[in-house]
Design a protein around this ligand. Structure first.
Ligand SMILES: [Zn+2]
Length: 375
């Protein structure tokens, strides 16, 4: 695998990394892959590392300008695609990809498509995609990501080289994250709780001041929620949403950097496609931010429940143990379950395109009710 390489950044998936690196070395890359494994197993980071190994002149050094842009999701020849419909890929979105694959790469010789949530292909979207998947143009490599093999339509799965990822244990994930970032074990545990156990996101989270501030906002709101009046709750929801949007400035700065680099490359043409892609990135990041504060609320409530049962070693948010102990002293399991259901309800509403603001307001009112009457 050469000296230092992009594969070294991946953790807990050495067999997969070895297999993909060998395919690149031997020039035996398939045109379609299906990566399967649970959230947090590192499928997306591995897909990006694979893209680095394919595109980088140095077999994926991990440090050159190309590798850096790929790793941040900012390289025009490595397209990240996620379902734009509430729950599934829309046929129009698939048609756009089918049209797109026939265009030449923007900068290099290959275009790599990373399609997230391949388990949410419905039948018509899957059918529209089959021919492209079977015989993409020579320069195209398609990597599908899915949580399980069984959830992917068989017509799709059977046309791909399947690569299975195993789940990292929470203990391994915490240790690796702490090792990689220099964070304490408590900080690593909290970051993983905030990011749904996804190591790559937890790493970014620890690195992002505004995202950690959004966490502080959520935790501060939960701590004081029982004494809030109606107006306070509405204001808290508004402040939370503002905190969720603050980290978008980091992404906007990266995007501006990409626009500057691209102007050198291809002039101002192709600006519209770039603009569209950036808009989609911002939407996805905002959604991720909302998910993050919901994860934090959920883990805080679960911590209260765990503490009320006297099993403190399983607590995720140790930095706010004092506030949680107070709640744990009075809350019943039934009440904690009601509060957790309110978070779940907010997730569902948002997935049905209810505005995050409204969904979070409703959630805070429900949790306040539980916290003021925790029986
Ligand atoms: Zn490189």
């Amino acid at each position: 695998m050469g000296n230092r390489s992009v594969w070294d950044d991946l953790v807990g998936q050495s067999r997969v990394a070895e297999y993909l690196a060998a395919a690149v070395r031997r020039g035996a890359i398939s045109h379609a892959y299906l990566f399967t494994g649970p959230a947090g197993a590192g499928k997306k980071s591995t897909a990006r590392a694979f893209a680095c190994a394919i595109i980088c002149a140095d077999d994926g050094c991990g440090t050159c300008a190309e590798c850096r842009r790929i790793k941040r999701g900012l390289h025009p020849d490595v397209r990240n695609v996620a379902p734009e419909g509430a729950a599934t890929y829309m046929v129009e979105q698939i048609r756009e990809i089918i049209h797109d694959v026939n265009l030449a790469p923007v900068e290099g010789e290959r275009t790599i498509y990373i399609l997230e949530a391949a388990d949410s292909f419905n039948e018509s979207a899957a059918n529209a995609f089959l021919k492209t998947l079977e015989e993409p143009p020579d320069h195209v490599i398609i990597v599908l990501l899915a949580t399980t093999y069984e959830a992917v339509p068989p017509t799709i799965a059977s046309r791909c080289q399947v690569v299975r990822f195993r789940r990292l244990s929470p203990h391994d994930a915490t240790r690796l994250l702490a090792e990689r970032t220099g964070a304490s074990e408590a900080e690593a545990t909290a970051a993983l709780a905030a990011t749904g156990g996804v190591l790559a996101r937890a790493t970014e989270f620890l690195d992002s001041v505004p995202r950690r501030l959004a966490r502080d906002h959520m935790l501060g709101t939960l701590k004081d929620l029982s004494v809030y009046d109606e107006h306070d709750v509405l204001m808290a929801a508004r402040r939370l949403l503002a905190a969720v949007k603050a980290p978008l400035d980091e992404l906007k700065a990266l995007q501006a950097e990409e626009v500057r680099e691209r102007v050198d490359f291809v002039g101002k043409s192709g600006g519209k496609a770039l603009e569209d892609r950036h808009k989609r990135q911002l939407t996805a990041r905002e959604r991720e931010g909302v998910t993050e504060v919901l994860n934090i609320a959920e883990s805080w409530l679960r911590d209260c429940l765990v503490l009320s049962q006297g099993v403190g070693d399983l607590v995720a948010n140790r930095d706010v143990a004092d506030a949680m102990e107070e709640v744990a002293a009075v809350i019943t399991p039934a009440a904690a379950t009601r509060a957790l259901a309110a978070v779940k309800q907010a997730r569902r509403r948002i997935s049905y395109n209810v505005s995050p603001q409204l969904a979070i307001e409703a959630m805070l009112f429900d949790i306040r009710e539980v916290l003021t009457c925790p029986r």
